[in-house]
Design a protein around this ligand. Structure first.
Ligand code: TRP
Length: 442
């Protein structure tokens, strides 16, 4: 099997489950990210940021409901859990641990400047209250938790709205500081703002947002969708009078769903004085055309929460296949180490992990294999067959250079290993790197 010439682009998308998904979420994020997830050369991570939800929502039933609804929405919109890594943040126990590591390299001053936190302070000050009134440490730490989400999977791109760009920059900053202190472990992420992705206006013409209470629910039953669309604010022009498309929320929402020709047709109808009632009917029909099949899938999924739970747990296992060895690497990097395994300069090294080695060989099937052995010759890792010794050699080089991270990326070229075996292999790779690194001083 040929190996791909370049590593896939990792794209990571998170949604906080703190409410019911609306058409603004669909047009602004879900639709686009699901489409992007099937692009060749892209490796996508989608997750429900339920730890983040705890910062804003203190109603347990609402958290549970919203997590279910958003998971069902993504699946209904065509997210393929076989193809992407789809999980719930709180299932990845490594995330809070990484959050702590990042906390310890993040300047408090940096967090002081975070918009969401500052906005709350400014509001308090304006009201003449204690600046910290109603500010939890959770709100203050929000960007660090988000940094852990992103850096855990070494995402290259993070599609976000403009309001989240600062958080991505902070994550970059955390990655840089950590790498500077402990060696190159993290990829520096970049925000991806797609200006082609519309911000949808809401019922009142302002941006569609839960906080304005102007949303159209994404999977409302047909009748309710029609009622909500009927309440879109328009002007008082009568049927027969030409209408302005400029600044018309109804027109903009239509445009987000319609083809260029359909949009042109509505523009013409506006000029010819279509009545608002008829225009709303057109909008309703157009949205329903796109949403109806999704709604049917959504309803089926909502009726089977156990299936969604199952999908998320499989996704969590897939994500943790990467997170577990990576976290072991990071623990080692910061000095949370097995005390018996090489106590640093001058310290007595335990022979067992002091000099691990790779052994390459050819099997009778004609393929090339390798093993990672500990100093006593016991196998820690067993590769699968490679077509050429060069390919096997490249995999070994990746393990030597990237260690834990390569354990994750090479997972399908290695025989499956349990968490304990992976940990031991990771320790051995670290010890090997340390033993071969040029030392300074005695
Ligand atoms: N803060 C994001 C929001 O409210 C959700 C989120 C949490 C997120 N962690 C993330 C988005 C990591 C992208 C990457 O929209």
């Amino acid at each position: 099997m040929a190996t791909s010439p370049s590593a896939p682009l990792r794209v990571l998308t998170g949604i906080t489950p703190s409410g019911t998904p609306h058409l603004g979420n669909y047009v602004g994020s879900i639709r686009h990210s699901v489409r992007q997830s099937v692009a060749p050369g892209v490796e996508s991570f989608f997750f429900l940021a339920d730890y983040h939800a705890l910062i804003k929502v203190q109603e347990p039933a609402l958290i549970q409901r919203s997590t279910l609804e958003i998971a069902a929405s993504w699946l209904a919109c065509g997210l393929d859990p076989e193809r992407v890594t789809f999980y719930r943040q709180s299932d990845i126990v490594e995330i809070p641990e990484l959050t702590w590591f990042l906390t310890c390299v993040t300047g408090k001053g940096v967090l002081n400047r975070a918009h969401a936190y500052k906005a709350q302070l400014d509001k308090n000050i304006a009201k003449g209250e204690d600046p910290d009134a109603d500010v939890t440490a959770g709100l203050f730490m929000y960007p660090v938790l988000m940094g852990a989400d992103i850096l855990m999977f070494n995402a290259h791109k993070v599609p976000v709205g403009r309001d989240q760009v600062q958080h991505i920059e902070m994550a970059r900053d955390m990655a840089q500081r950590f790498n500077h202190q402990y060696g190159e472990h993290f990829t520096l992420p970049e925000a991806e703002i797609d200006d082609a992705v519309a911000t949808l206006p809401g019922l009142d013409g302002r941006k569609m947002s839960k906080s304005y209470g102007n949303t159209i629910a994404m999977f409302a039953p047909r009748a309710q969708l029609q009622k909500q669309i009927a309440s879109i604010v328009t002007d008082s022009r009568a049927p027969g009078e030409p209408k302005d498309t400029e600044g018309s929320a109804l027109f903009q929402i239509y445009q987000a769903f319609a083809s260029a020709e359909e949009t042109e047709a509505l523009r013409k109808a506006y000029a010819e004085g279509i009545g608002w009632g008829d225009a709303k009917q057109m909008l309703f029909e157009r949205i329903d055309l796109e949403v109806a099949p999704l709604r049917a899938r959504y309803e089926a999924l909502m009726n089977d929460p156990a299936e969604i739970e199952r999908i998320l747990l499989i996704g969590a296992e897939k994500a943790r296949k990467l997170a577990r060895p990576f976290m072991a690497e990071l623990r080692h990097a910061v000095g949370l180490r097995n005390l018996a395994a090489g106590a640093g300069k001058g310290g007595a090294r335990k022979a067992k992990v002091a000099k691990p080695s790779f052994k390459q060989y050819r099997e009778r099937d004609g393929l090339f294999y390798f093993k990672l052995l500990d100093a006593s010759g016991a196998a820690l890792l067993q590769s699968r067959g490679f077509a050429s010794p060069q390919e096997a050699g490249r995999a070994i080089a990746a393990l030597q250079q990237q260690r834990g991270a390569a354990l994750a990326t090479l997972a399908d070229r290695l025989e499956p290993a349990g968490p304990e075996e992976l940990r031991a292999a990771n320790e051995a790779l670290e010890a090997l790197a340390e033993a071969t690194a040029p030392t300074n001083g005695s």
